[in-house]
Ligand binder design. Structure first.
Ligand SMILES: *[C@@H]1O[C@H](CO)[C@@H](O)[C@H](O)[C@H]1NC(C)=O
Ligand SMILES: *[C@@H]1O[C@H](CO)[C@@H](O)[C@H](O)[C@H]1NC(C)=O
Ligand SMILES: *[C@@H]1O[C@H](CO)[C@@H](O)[C@H](O)[C@H]1NC(C)=O
Length: 418
């Protein structure tokens, strides 16, 4: 009896030692979110994507220049800040604030880092709401807000909570119709200078607080998108602190962030792109991974090579490349090589969803492609954007702790959906 009992005790001890990191790893926070296509007319999709690409490049270059001159990069970036709502698709999650929590519909933004509410639903204060002595304001490319800073309990997804999260409570906001505010999950240094009088302070983001409060083991966010054929759908999943193995297949390839400016101001990586077996579209160069861009944008010279390889023509109505059925039958995969691995974007994955052709002002019977023009030639330090149409085929991980981006295949990577 005695030996058995001590064996049991040993086993329990061993299990609990081993179990601890597993429990922590499993305690990531999963937040489902809805995607809404916000396209107001023909050419709007391509124009919004290209405008965002230009804003990102200008913003990154201004920050790099300011840093080179020993200035606060944020003083330079205010004028070139990136639009949140004037993008072709927005992501929205329901986030609880207070105790008991009131649910707010917040835009998820990887390009800004303040979390705030009050644009729509009025802030409901509870015993966990504490006003600080600061005011907070942020100017976005497409709007702004200002108000007071509070700390409060924030609940994400399945009942997991962050205590004393800084939130902005807007007394004035513009450009955010239909939403209550923003859940900012970009790099923390974008919050510098948004408080006053405490100007020289950074505000920990929800991801930072989840990590520092021990709720998640690593300061990272993973994103699962799935191909969609409707303009509004809830099929995205944001995971804080870990990856959700039910959402990807095989293993995750991690790619160290690039040092090349201005891509290094964002989630920048080095990558090369090849069409079929032998046609180089883009030699290894720096670019970014961005959930706020819809299309896959490549440098103008690279797009010319892609057009010759595929036979695609520019469709004047939608701004997208268009191919014939015969060209589609011959369309080969695009191969994205990064971090020592190659990710295959199939012919089907290169198509704009045909069921959404008319939603972007196109013709129902046409075949449009999701690869488009970045608006500048390669060699400028930001030569591609792997946008949503790439990320709906590959699981992505944005790892602040280890300064890397991860990609993995999913059950949708080679699916025929378009
Ligand atoms: C949609 O985009 C327009 C700009 O084209 C912008 O003014 C508007 O706020 C956006 N709406 C949403 C819901 O994001
Ligand atoms: C990215 O490419 C640049 C330019 O070729 C190179 O200097 C740098 O080491 C590369 N960085 C990574 C992380 O691969
Ligand atoms: C599309 O626009 C280009 C450049 O503006 C023009 O040369 C071409 O003729 C147009 N094509 C069609 C089919 O309208």
């Amino acid at each position: 009896m005695f030996p058995t009992a001590s064996l049991t005790a040993l086993l329990v001890l061993a299990v609990s030692v081993v179990a601890k990191p597993i429990v922590v790893r499993d305690s990531f926070v999963t937040l489902p979110f809805a995607k809404q296509l916000n396209i107001t007319g023909a050419l709007d999709l391509v124009h919004k994507d290209q405008a965002r690409a230009q804003a990102l490049r200008a913003h990154g270059t201004a920050r790099a220049n300011a840093r080179a001159q020993g200035l606060n990069p944020n003083s330079a970036s205010a004028v070139t800040s990136i639009g949140v709502t004037n993008v072709a698709q927005v992501y929205v999650a329901n986030v609880g604030v207070g105790s008991p929590a009131t649910s707010y519909s917040l835009l998820i933004d990887t390009g800004s880092s303040n979390t705030w509410l009050g644009a729509g639903k009025t802030y409901v204060k509870t015993s966990t709401s504490t006003q600080t002595s600061d005011r907070v304001s942020v100017t976005y490319g497409s709007g702004s807000f200002s108000g007071t800073e509070f700390t409060d309990t924030v609940s994400l997804g399945s009942g997991l909570t962050i205590t004393k999260q800084s939130i902005g409570v807007a007394s004035r906001s513009s450009g955010f119709q239909g939403f209550d505010g923003i859940l900012g999950i970009g790099p923390t240094d974008l919050t510098l200078d948004t408080l006053s009088p405490d100007t020289n302070t950074q505000i920990p983001t929800v991801t930072d607080n989840l990590a520092s409060q021990g709720t998640i083991p690593t300061d990272l966010v993973a994103v699962s998108f799935e191909p969609t054929t409707t303009t509004s759908v809830t099929n995205g999943e944001l995971t804080f602190g870990g990856t959700d193995s039910s959402k990807f297949t095989g293993s995750i390839t991690f790619i160290g962030l690039t040092g090349t400016s201005p891509a290094n101001e964002f989630w920048g990586i080095n990558q090369s792109i090849r069409y079929s077996t032998g046609t180089t579209i883009l030699s290894s160069t720096a670019g970014i991974v961005d959930t706020g861009t819809t299309l896959i944008l490549i440098a103008t010279d690279a797009l010319t090579r892609y057009r010759s390889a595929t036979g695609a023509v520019l469709d004047n109505t939608t701004g997208l490349l268009r191919i014939t059925s015969a060209q589609f039958s011959n369309l080969k995969s695009l191969f994205f090589t990064t971090g020592g691995a190659t990710f295959e974007l199939t012919a089907n994955a290169q198509l704009w969803p045909r069921s959404l052709n008319t939603a972007i002002g196109g013709s129902a019977s046409s075949i449009y492609l999701v690869v488009n023009d970045l608006g500048s030639n390669s060699g400028e330090g930001l030569d591609f954007i792997n946008g949503y149409t790439f990320l709906e085929r590959f699981y992505s991980v944005f790892d602040t702790t280890n300064k890397r981006v991860g990609f993995a295949t999913t059950s949708f990577t080679t699916a025929t959906t378009n």
